[in-house]
Design a protein around this ligand. Structure first.
Ligand SMILES: [Zn+2]
Ligand SMILES: [Zn+2]
Length: 120
C-alpha cells in the first residue's frame, strides 16, 4: 500500500493521541483542515484493510486505533463512551480453539461493551 501524505497524517495523529478516534474526531483534531471528512474515511478504511489499524464500533460510529503487535482490546462504556484499554488474555483460549477445532487462527478482533466504574 502506498502511504500517502494524508494517511501519514492520520497515523501520526492516532500515534500521538493514543486513543481510538473516529473520522470526525480526526477531522476535528486536524490543525489545518488539509483533508476533508471523506478522504479521512477512505484513508482509515484502507489502513484498516491493510491491518495497520484496528476498529471498534460504538453507536454506529467506527473508532480506529493502531493495530500494534502487542495488542489490546477495548471496553466501550455505554454510559460515557469512554474507551478503556484492556490487556489481551486470549492467547490460551485461541490455542485451545486451534487444537480442538483444527484451525489456524492468525488474528482476532474483539470489543467489550459495558459500564465503567463511574457509570455503573
Ligand atoms: Zn462510563
Ligand atoms: Zn486479543
Amino acid at each position: 500500500m502506498r502511504l500517502t501524505k494524508n494517511r501519514k497524517v492520520i497515523l501520526n495523529l492516532l500515534e500521538k493521541q493514543k486513543r481510538p478516534l473516529s473520522a470526525q474526531l480526526i477531522y476535528d483534531l486536524l490543525p489545518e483542515k488539509t483533508m476533508d471528512l471523506s478522504t479521512i474515511y477512505r484513508g482509515l478504511e484502507k489502513l484498516y484493510e491493510h491491518n495497520i489499524l484496528a476498529k471498534s464500533t460504538l453507536n454506529q460510529t467506527a473508532y480506529y486505533y493502531l493495530n500494534k503487535k502487542d495488542h489490546f482490546h477495548y471496553m466501550l462504556c455505554l454510559g460515557c463512551q469512554k474507551m478503556i484499554k484492556l490487556d489481551c488474555y486470549l492467547e490460551h483460549f485461541v490455542a485451545e480453539l486451534e487444537k480442538t477445532d483444527n484451525l489456524k487462527i492468525v488474528s482476532h478482533d474483539l470489543t467489550f461493551y459495558g459500564y465503567c466504574s463511574n457509570c455503573q
